[in-house]
Design a protein around this ligand. Sequence first.
Ligand code: XMP
Length: 321
Amino acid sequence: MKIEEIKLEDLQPQKFIEEKVKEISSVAGDGLVINALSGGVDSSTVTMLGHRALGDRLKTYFIENGIMRRGEPQMVVSLFKKLGVSVEMVDAKNEFFNALKGLTGPEQKREAITQVFYKDVFGRLVKESGVKYLLQGSNYTDVEETVAGVKRQHNILEQLGIDTQQQYGYKVIEPIIQLRKPAVREVAKTLGLPEQIYNRPPFPGPALAARIIGEVTQKRVEVVRAATKIVEEELSDTGAFQYMAILHQDKVTGVRDGKRDYGLQIELRCWESKDAVTGSPTRLSYEALEKLAERITTEVPGVVSVTYNVTKKPPSTIEAV
Ligand code: XMP
């Protein structure tokens, strides 16, 4: 299937919403549809589109995969409750960590997350509820990067020739597949989502696992989660496109209280970008960088080194994995 991009300048958000609501209703018929909400702008937008189209016939889940940011599951569920959308939390932490055990290759980890998400967790939800469709927020950039072979984006299936009906037992509906992020933000705003959502920096489907080089264990997720909290507190006012903390696999020699401390390395990235296709590092002030290094090495146990990445995309990518 050839997907045609709807460019931001050609987008008529209200018309787009009306068309997609109609499309979702007609595909779903009088059946139930499920979707997973992560709280990012993409999944929030399709949740609202689906909710408009189907009301209570859309069952929305938050998959607690153990690799989200601190407080995120509770924040997303309560925010959507205020918008009239009830979200059920599914605890799948053990499934994700078991699948990630021992894996170190980036594409291996991405593949494992995709399988647990689509085959195990959704496969089960679909079987239990008898639904035929999964509504999801894959966007145009996800398709482009996956098809070009840059990175296997977790939510790209059909475009890789995967027959979801045959492999997982359900079909997918992808209402925003023709839009890039800035266009999705316009639709989100027009749908009445709060600014906290429509202007939210992107966050990858594989969550903090995209920011851990090497094996993803609960302990290593804790390190990157604590560093992420600090980075978000310190950089949210910059207006940058995305900012993140990455945990390296190699340890380095440090010194603490006059003694050798063989510890962890955190790499910081902060990006200027329009649509994540290309990007350049934000010219953060030296004071901001020093404060980040100070906070991370004192507040995150085990970290002895903090670096800032000054590489553009390309050749870097935005996330490390
Ligand atoms: P990269 O790292 O490929 O990221 O330069 C481009 C943009 O996409 C986000 N990203 C993902 N989003 N599923 C998603 O929905 C994924 O598997 C995924 N991987 C990366 C990333 O945060 C950036 O905004």
